[in-house]
Each structure stands twice: as C-alpha cells, then as structure tokens.
Design a protein around this ligand. Structure first.
Ligand code: ACO
Length: 383
C-alpha cells in the first residue's frame, strides 16, 4: 500500500479504533464511566478496590472464595525484599517519584526468571504481583522522599488503607479510608489512554508483564497525562478564597490560558469521576480545616461553568483529586504515583485482554521527507 493513503492518516492515532475491549467504556456524551457493565458510581458506593481490581481482570465480581483468594494473594505479594527497599532508599530522596517507581518495578522484574515465559497465565500471575507491590513501592518512595524509613504493610488493612498507612504513617479515619478507596476505584481504568496503550503495545511484542507496566509508568510520567491535579491544586491555592476567583480565573480566560482540571478530550459534560470526588473533597477538606480551599475551588468551578460551560468545559477528575490528597497529607509530587497505584489494575487487565487475542501493533508514518536518491558525498568533501 502506498504511504500516501491519506484516509488512514490520523495524527497521534486520534479517533482510530485499534482494539476491541470488554473492560471499560467511557461515554463522553452522557458523562458515564462503566467498568464491565457497572457504573462507577455504583462501584464506589457498594464495592471496594480489591473487588473492582478483580472485576477488571476477570470480568465478574468475585464470589466469597474468589474474593478471599484474591485478597490473600495481594497480601502475600505486597511485601518487598530487603534489596528492593534498599534500592528505594538509595534513589528516592533525589529521583522524581515516578522515575523511582519505574526503576524499582523494572528492577523487581529483572530478578524474576518467569518474565521470559510468554504464557499468558504466567503473565497474569505477574500482573497480580505487580498490582500488589505497587502501593508498597509508592509508600516506601513517599517515606524515603520525606527522609523516613519504610513502614511494612499491615495485613489487617485493606489495599487502599495499607497504602495510606504506609505512605502517611497513620491509619486513615473512616472518611479518609472511603475517600482513598473511591479515588483508586475511579482512576483504575479509562479507555485506551496513553499509558494503557503503551502497556498494550509492549505486551503485543510478547514482552513480559514487568516490562509492560514499566512502559506504562514511563508513559504516565509525562505532564500531558498524569500531573494535571498537581497544577490544579496550585491554582486553587493561588486563588485561596472565593472572592479572588472571578478576577484570577476571568483574567486567565481573557489571556487564553488553560485552567488545569477543566475540559476533557472525551467528556464534553461533567466528568462523572469529578462529581463523586467533589463530595469527598468537601468532606476531607472540612475534616482537615481546609474549607477555605474547597470554597475557592467551588467558586472557580462556578466561574468556569458560567464562562466556558457552553463550550463543554467542566471540571475533570483532576480538579478535586489533588485538593483531596493534599488535605489528608500527601505531597503533590506523589499525586501521579497514586494514579499509578490505581491504574495498575487497568494496565494489567487491558494488556492481558489484548495479548490473549494478540496482534502486534504496527502503525505507519506518512513519509514526507526527500525521496531521493541523494548522492552520497564522502565526509572530507562536505561543506
Ligand atoms: N481552560 C480554558 N479553556 C479551555 C480549557 C481549559 N481547561 N479546556 C479547553 N478550553 C477551551 C479551548 O481552548 C477551546 O477554546 P476555543 O474555542 O477558543 O478554541 C475550547 O475550550 C474547546 O476546547 P476543546 O477543543 O473541547 O478541548 P480539547 O479537547 O482540545 O482539550 C484538554 C482537552 C487537553 C483536556 C483541555 O481541556 C486541557 O488542556 N485542560 C486542562 C488540562 C487538564 O486538566 N488535563 C487533565 C485532563 S483529565 C486526564 O487526563 C486524567
């Protein structure tokens, strides 16, 4: 086929359908996010992260035995070896937490001889192992970044509460536990986004699950993917009180600056994840004496919707999540690694689904360079 087949050209593959999935559905018109047929609101209200992780991987909610087997496996795998913790201590005080996470996941994979087996059952087991280890790794990175020693996982705590405890050194209150579990559920999967695609691309070469997740983490690191919540929080802090919102936001809109935490490629209505997180943000900011920041955020939202709602610009998942994490004590640098803790389940589920009906990804680039043939000039005869 000629390289000039323009009908196929879509910059950045935008809008190109390259895979089929039964895992998750993003409805940008109705403002719905669905995992395996369940609305995310139902899952946040009635389920927990472990169940949702299982649902993404295996297609159905677990029965009691499947649930207890899955949770036991996560608890067994969540522990890190001494050399792994030593590596974290060595690099995390100066490396960006996402670089540290990428390096540690890659290191653990490098020690595992099962990574050479392309069998998807083996890769599935490695996937569950990674899902179990990522919160322990991120917790230890967070502690090392703050100059603290890692805290071992507590087997009595749930996946999300253990992550809270390991990172912040205290057990969460009821509302904090519910909030973090909800945030992990809401970020677990979201279509064929860049990091998910990166993982699928890697496993499509029959590479292993550790390499797949390392690639996905590397992709999530970029500010166009993870990271908008850090900047949304900075804006909320800059506005500070509701009285300033009209002036600051109005000025930014006039100058055609992008307001972080608003707008979405797919959702042209209110992001369903933001609607749920807003309620939690209100509760945790109140519990931590940060009501002023929530009031400022609420006013920013009001101003944005009045000025840009008609263009389909509404809060996205990043607008309230940073405010929530900050209120309970997380350092903004750890916001993107928190995203990775959650998204690991989606990465594993999507890459396994893809490789079980595998087709090596191989898009083309339209050649717009010289077709030549150019004359080769020896180096000592060139200008
Ligand atoms: N602030 C101000 N104006 C905006 C914003 C925003 N956040 N988002 C879009 N607009 C404007 C656009 O400039 C455009 O204006 P125009 O009509 O004068 O040209 C109009 O609204 C329509 O924009 P869209 O074409 O619908 O937006 P697009 O799909 O190109 O961009 C994007 C989506 C990249 C997410 C954008 O909204 C943005 O940069 N938002 C801020 C960053 C952010 O919050 N990212 C996180 C997204 S969620 C996630 O990745 C997990």
């Amino acid at each position: 086929m000629a390289d000039t087949h323009e009908v196929q050209f879509s910059r950045g593959l935008e809008g190109v359908i390259a895979a089929e999935t039964k895992i998750g559905f993003v409805d940008g018109v109705e403002g719905r996010l669905v995992y395996r047929g369940f609305d995310i609101g139902t899952l946040v209200e009635q389920s927990n992260f472990e169940e949702v992780s299982y649902l993404l991987l295996y297609g159905n909610l677990p029965n009691k035995k499947q649930y207890s087997d899955y949770v036991s496996k996560l608890k067994r795998y969540q522990v890190l070896q001494k050399d792994e913790l030593d590596l974290i201590t060595k690099i995390a005080h100066e490396a960006h937490p996402m670089s540290a996470l990428r390096t540690v996941v890659s290191y653990i994979g490098a020690k595992d001889s099962r990574t050479v087996e392309p069998d998807s059952e083996v890769q599935e087991e490695l996937g569950v192992e990674i899902i179990a280890k990522i919160p322990t790794i991120v917790s230890a990175i967070n502690r090392a970044h703050e100059g603290e020693k890692p805290l071992g996982p507590d087997n009595d705590l749930s996946y999300s509460s253990n992550f809270f405890y390991g990172s912040l050194g205290r057990k969460p209150s009821t509302i904090e536990a519910k909030m973090l579990d909800a945030a992990l559920i809401l970020h677990a999967d979201h279509g064929m986004n860049a990091s998910t695609f990166s993982g699928m691309l890697t496993i499509s070469t029959l590479s292993d699950m550790y390499s797949t997740i390392t690639a996905a983490i590397a992709t999530l690191k970029g500010p166009l993917h993870g990271g908008a919540n850090e900047r949304a929080l900075a804006l909320i802090q800059k506005v500070g009180t509701p009285d300033n919102a009209e002036k600051v936001i109005g000025g930014m809109i006039e100058r055609k600056e992008k307001i972080m935490g608003f707008g979405h490629r797919v959702y042209k209505v209110y992001d369903p994840r933001a609607r749920i997180l807003k309620q939690f943000a209100e509760q945790v900011t109140k519990a931590h004496g940060k009501e002023n920041l929530f009031a400022a955020a609420n006013k920013i939202e009001e101003v944005m919707i009045s000025k840009l709602g008609s263009k389909g610009i509404f809060p996205n998942v990043d607008f309230y999540s940073g405010l929530m994490y900050y209120s309970i004590g997380f350092n903004p640098e750890i916001f993107t690694p928190i995203f990775a803790v959650s998204r690991a389940s989606g990465w594993v589920a999507r890459s396994l689904e893809y490789v079980r009906d595998n087709r090596l990804f191989r898009p083309k680039a339209l050649y717009i360079g010289e077709k030549g043939p150019r004359k080769y000039v020896p180096i000592n005869e060139r200008d």
